[in-house]
Ligand binder design. Structure first.
Ligand code: KG4
Ligand code: ZN
Length: 341
């Protein structure tokens, strides 16, 4: 079976063709980062319009690269939510219409299920069950995963998502949007031991996160730092290092707790922040210590992409799920309300 996958929940137009026997046949991505950089964040209306401009040419390119005709497509999957409603509507309208025109089922995919299943695209895919740490720009959560659609949210952020905290702190350091990867790059030049950021909500039981305090701590640290001298860049790098270390440490503590609570030995880390090098190496060390295994998507599939939507859509298509013509985009959609397949 072959499926077209469409992702338009935020500021990336991602399109992919996935075949359940041959794997990923093509994968196209257009990032709107430059469009939003001047505003320091995603402008929803501009995002929707840019998706409208890019979606059809990208679908044509993905179909061509996959050497696939519409008659060979067995279903069309698109991100139905959560995300920006205008952006979601573009992918939903185009996806639902294509499915209608091609007379195949449409499948509505939950964006975070897409992230969660992205490591399944790799050769060393994890087996169920596992604990998933989902860390993106919009969400941070720990999920107990027994199978596809069998999700128990163990904890989530009560305020900013991890990626959001990276982006906001990066902005305070004068870095462009989205600042997460730029902050991580700056942190590489930073030295340990100059600043000590808090590890929020680690001193009490539970698996929820809170990252907004770290951003405030960063704002105060930057305000109190003397950034007028020749060493300003080094000071900023040291602050970036300490911030990143605090986020990573906090995530490590919570993952360790989640693994202990569930008795599981497999950990999956996905979402944009899972591209972070420090997070990846520290988690690897943790899982070696715990004699368990950690799985990530490859870097291209950590941040938003069409491949993960095509993969998740294929699993639901094979289970017989189809979306009615009257289906609507779901800007808010709790992960644990999905049906098990
Ligand atoms: O999953 P994603 O592409 O979009 C959402 O679903 O939100 O995640 C984007 C987030 C942004 O906040 C971005 O700054 C962050 O992931 N990010 C990183 C890194 N790469 C992307 N954060 C820290 N280190 C990175 N290397
Ligand atoms: Zn995402």
């Amino acid at each position: 079976m072959r499926i077209l996958g469409i992702e338009t929940s935020c500021d990336e137009t991602g399109i992919a063709v996935y075949d359940d026997e041959k794997g990923l046949l093509s994968h196209e991505l257009y990032s709107q980062v430059k469009l939003h950089a001047d505003y320091g964040g995603v402008v929803p209306e501009l995002a929707s319009r840019d998706h409208v401009r890019k979606i059809i040419p990208l679908i044509e390119k993905a179909m061509e690269d996959a050497n696939t005709q519409p008659t060979e497509i067995d279903g069309v999957a698109f991100t139905q939510g959560p995300g920006l409603v205008g952006a979601l509507l573009v992918g939903s309208s185009v996806g639902r219409s294509l499915a209608y025109a091609w007379n195949v089922p449409a499948v509505g995919v939950h964006h975070m299920e897409g992230h969660l299943l992205a490591p399944m695209l790799e050769d060393d895919a994890p087996e169920f069950p596992f604990v998933a740490l989902l860390v993106s720009g919009g969400h941070s959560m720990l999920v107990k995963v027994e199978g596809i659609g069998q999700y128990e949210v163990l904890g989530e952020s009560i305020d900013d998502a991890a990626g959001e905290a990276f982006d906001k702190t990066a902005k305070l350091l004068g870095l462009d949007y989205p600042g997460g990867p730029l902050l991580a790059k700056l942190a590489e030049k930073g030295e340990a031991g100059h600043y000590k950021f808090p590890r929020p909500m680690t001193d009490r039981p539970g698996l929820d996160f809170s990252f907004s305090g770290l951003k405030t701590f960063a704002a105060n640290t930057i305000r109190d730092a003397d950034l007028t001298g020749a060493d300003a860049e080094q000071i900023k790098a040291n602050i970036a290092y300490a911030f990143q270390e605090a986020v990573v440490d906090t995530l490590i503590i919570k993952c360790k707790r989640a693994l202990k609570q569930t008795g599981m030995k497999r950990l999956v880390i996905a979402g944009g922040v899972s591209a972070n090098t420090m997070l990846r190496s520290e988690m690897k060390a943790l899982m070696q210590e715990l004699k368990g295994e950690v799985f990530y998507p490859s870097l291209a599939y950590c941040t938003d992409n069409g491949a993960m939507i095509a993969y998740a859509g294929m699993q639901r298509l094979k289970a017989g799920e189809t979306l009615a013509l009257s289906s609507q985009a779901k800007p808010r959609w709790p992960l644990d309300t999905l049906s098990a397949i």
